[in-house]
Design a protein around this ligand. Structure first.
Ligand code: ATP
Ligand code: BTN
Length: 319
């Protein structure tokens, strides 16, 4: 089915006969595959009598040679999949199989893209980036401290390079434009964090997505904000370059070297918030983050720090 899509990706008309010949199947088999493509990938395909079939817009697919062409910084070994449950899950399976890290896993779509606490990450075909980088960590806890916040900064710089000046960070791991979510980050870890372990840096960036009914909170995309279609291969190269730089700074100086820059980009600095952990809620005012990346809140007259993957921050109505 995806071979057929690749024949159509230029956005031009292709006759059923030519497509059938290229695939070695009959014209009616081509027609059936086209119907499946439309249904499974939500890609509108136009049919015009006498001319053939055409995608409603040309499609740019992920391509290692293209990524390399745009690369100025890091170019890690990459595995590109047409479809996968989750690039993070695939990366974890690769660790299980004993692959060498670093390894980058990318996919055109995810059928079970995941966010924190088992939430769903909406991942339509060929529109966004689903990016998981596997790293081997040998430096113990220090190399993990604040790591997801560091990844957030790298993503933020990529968005700024695209002209999205209003993008900012929300502790711990969201990238927002105003109230709208444009990217999410999910780190997953295997092994012993005090000794040798692998961490998967999972990043989802909404790139060319313009509509979806599926996301149940306010969202946006690079295209919606920057007003232009974005080359995803170029974005992969830019993201890898930024990640390479930030990971190096983090490795050399720990999170303390990055703390001030993170705070300067925190959208909710000084705001009144509620911190939610399951059924518990703490109300306070955001003071910043500490040298480990924990959130510092002023609760009444007392300063308290909070960390952990199960925490969610919400703005208070009176903030
Ligand atoms: P918090 O960290 O405060 O709980 P959150 O509500 O954004 O923030 P996360 O677990 O970080 O929760 O992210 C998952 C949520 O992101 C989903 O529940 C959904 O509301 C939203 N979401 C899913 N897919 C997308 C997408 N492609 N773009 C933007 N938002 C999405
Ligand atoms: C969140 O905001 O909760 C985190 C979302 C992380 C989504 C990315 S997309 C690439 C990688 N694979 C996944 O299944 N999740 C992350």
């Amino acid at each position: 089915m995806l071979t057929l899509l690749k024949l159509l990706k230029d956005g031009r008309f292709h006759s059923g006969q030519a497509l059938g010949a290229a695939l070695g199947v009959s014209r009616s088999a081509v027609w059936k595959q086209l119907q499946l493509l439309e249904a499974e990938l939500s890609l509108p395909i136009h049919k015009v009598r006498g001319r053939g079939y055409q995608l409603s817009a040309p499609l740019s697919l992920l391509d290692e040679a293209e990524i390399q062409r745009f690369s100025a910084g890091e170019h890690w070994p990459v595995r590109i999949l047409d479809s996968v449950d989750s690039t993070n899950a695939e990366a974890l399976r690769a660790v299980d199989q004993g692959i060498d890290a670093p390894l980058l896993v990318l996919a055109e779509r995810q059928t079970a893209g995941r966010g924190r606490r088992g939430r769903k990450w909406v991942s339509p075909f060929a529109e966004n980036l689903y990016y998981s980088l596997v790293l081997r960590i040998e430096g113990g806890m220090r190399q993990l401290e604040g790591l997801s916040l560091v990844v957030g900064l790298a993503v933020l710089q990529v968005l700024r390079e695209q002209g999205i000046a209003a993008a900012g960070l929300k502790w711990p791991n969201d990238v927002l434009v105003g109230k709208r979510k444009i990217a999410g980050i999910l780190l997953e870890l295997v092994g012993d964090p005090a000794d040798v372990c692998h961490v998967v840096l999972g990043i989802g960036i909404n790139v060319n997505m313009r509509s979806t009914e599926e996301v149940d909170q306010e969202w946006t995309s690079v295209q919606l904000e920057a007003g232009k279609q974005v080359d995803r291969n170029q974005l992969v190269a830019l993201l890898s370059a930024q990640l390479g730089d930030y990971l190096e700074r983090h490795r050399a100086g720990g999170f303390a070297a990055i703390q001030a820059e993170w705070e300067a980009n925190h959208l909710w600095q000084g705001r009144a918030v509620s911190l939610i952990a399951g059924a518990n809620q703490v109300d306070g005012v955001v003071l910043g983050i500490d040298q480990q990346g924990a959130l510092r809140l002023k609760v009444g007259d007392v300063e308290k720090s909070f960390s952990g993957g199960e925490l969610s921050l919400r703005l208070r109505d009176d903030s």
